[in-house]
Write a protein that binds this ligand. Sequence first.
Ligand code: UDP
Length: 415
Amino acid sequence: MYGRIALISVNGDPSAVIGAEEAGGQNVYVREVGKHLASLGYQIDMFTRRIDPSQAEVVEEAPNCRTIRLAAGPLEFVKRDNLHSYIPDFVDSLAAYARRHSYDAVHTHYWHSGMVGLALREKLGIPVVHTYHSLGAIKYMNVAEIPASAQLRLSGERRILEQADRIVATSPQEAEHMRTYVSRKGSVDIIPCGVDARHFMETDRAAARRVLGWTEQEKVVLYVGRFDKRKGIETLVRAVAQIEEPVRLVIGGGYTPDRGDGVEFERIRGIVEEVGLTSRTQFTGRIDQADLPNFYTAADVCVVPSHYEPFGLVAIEAMACGTPVIASAVGGLCYSVVNDETGLLVPPRDAEGFAGAIRRVITDAGLRERFSAAGIRRIHDHFTWAGVSRQLGRLYANLAARRTAQRPPKQQSVA
Ligand code: UDP
C-alpha cells in the first residue's frame, strides 16, 4: 500500500546545494529517500524552512516528490542552534498545509523537526517516525562549546524518543547511544543510510586523475566533508605531517568566510602551514555531487577522522567507488567500515594512529585491492537508497495499517 508521506527537515533543505555549512548528510538523506520512495509509488512532500526571498517556494525534485519551503521566522539563514524559536511558526504553516492533504505518516529529521512532528500529531493525529541525524547527548561530550539551547535540545530529544510512534536509528551504535544516554522507552528500528549505487561507482582511475591534475604515481589522501571541528580535520592534517612519503592531501568541502565553517577552514589552513604541508595540500572548495565519484576513485584512501559521526555518508560513498576508508572508531562509522576488511578503524583524535593506518594502506596495493572489493560488496548488500527506502516503506505501511485498525468502525447506515 502506497500513500502520501511528509518528510520534515526544518533545518536541512533537501533541494539545497550540498557541501557547505549545515548542508550535508541530512539534506542528502531526505532528498534521496524522498526521490526513491516516490519511484516506489509514494507521494512525497518534503518540508523545510524558507531562508531567502529569492528561493522558490516549491521545487519539483522528481515525479511525485517535491520540496515545499514554509515561512517560519525571518527569511534568512539561522544557525541550527538558534532555530528552536521558530518551531511554533513552522507547525502553524505546516498544519495549514497538512489539513488540505491527508498524510499517512510524517517522517521527521533532527530534533526541531521531531518537535514539529509531535505538535502536528496532537493537532491532526498523523503518526510520527523520527530520525535524529545527531544526538545532543553524544555531541556535547565531543565539543568544547555547548550552546545555550542545549537543555531544550536534550529534553526535546528525550520526549521524541519516548513519544514518537517509531524511531529510525541509522546504525546499531546510534540505537545503543539512545538507550544509554537518552531513554529506555520508545520503539527503535535500525535502518541505515545509503548511497545511489548508480552514481557512486568506480570510474576510470587514470582518466579521473588526469581530469583532477593528479599524476599517476603520487599517493593521494582524500577528505570530503564540511568544515566543522567535530569532523576532526586537524587530526588528519597532523597525521599526514608524520608520513615520510610525500603524499598529496586533498581536502574537499565548501565554506563561507565569517560563518562557522569559514572560521574552521582558516584554522585548518593555519595548521597545514604550521606543520609544513602547504605545498602538498589542495583545498578544492565545495565538490559537486556529480564530480565526487572521480575524486573518490582517483584517491588512494579516503579518511573520515570525525570525533563524533552518527552515520557518515562520505565513508559509504567512498566505499561504493572502491576506495578504502580509514575512519575514526566512532558511531555509525563502526557499522559501515569493517576493520581490516573494508578499511581501518582508528581511535578518534589519534594522529599517530591515523598516520600508521594511512602508511599501511598507501604502501600496500594488495591490501587496497582487498579493501576495495570488500567495500563495494558491503555497500551493495546493505547501504543503497533503494534498499533503505524499501525498508522505510514497510515501516510506514505498518504504521498506516495499525492506524486504520485502531479507527472505530464506521456506523452502518440504516435504510
Ligand atoms: N558533500 C558534497 N560536497 C562537498 C562536501 C560534502 O557533496 O564538497 C556531501 C557528501 O558527498 C555527503 C554529505 O555532503 O553526501 C556529507 O554527509 P556526511 O554524512 O558525511 O556528513 P554530515 O554533513 O552529515 O556531517
